[in-house]
Design a protein around this ligand. Structure first.
Ligand SMILES: [Zn+2]
Length: 116
């Protein structure tokens, strides 16, 4: 699933750009993600080398942003001072998920038991 999600993200971000630069790239949304990706690769292969290199840099940075993106979430309890990696840790009441950085800014500290 993770790979499919990454491919979907790449396609979502890549296609409008491809159209904006006047590319002839088109995909059929009925295709599976993998064949959409193959179509995109075929489009890339037809580009002049410099454009292709630009694309690869762009894609690498998309993937990098995804890795460092706002995916780093932790659980905080309704009352308490620790944040957790596991919603079931320490019998939290009404836990909710927020970005780790936000938890830290709110004064929460990492739980020693689940080590988020
Ligand atoms: Zn915990």
């Amino acid at each position: 699933m993770k790979r499919a999600a990454t491919l979907a993200l790449i396609l979502l971000l890549a296609i409008p750009t491809a159209l904006a630069v006047g590319g002839s790239f088109s995909i059929n949304s009925g295709q599976s993600l993998d064949s959409q990706f193959v179509a995109f690769r075929a489009y890339l292969d037809e580009l002049p080398a410099q454009d292709r290199a630009d694309w690869l840099v762009e894609l690498a940075s998309i993937c990098q942003e995804r890795k460092e993106g706002p995916e780093d979430l932790v659980w905080i309890p309704e009352s308490g001072k620790k944040y957790h990696s596991n919603a079931n840790c320490s019998n939290m009441r009404n836990p909710r998920q927020i970005p780790r950085q936000e938890a830290a800014e709110l004064g929460f500290e990492p739980c020693k038991r689940c080590k988020p």
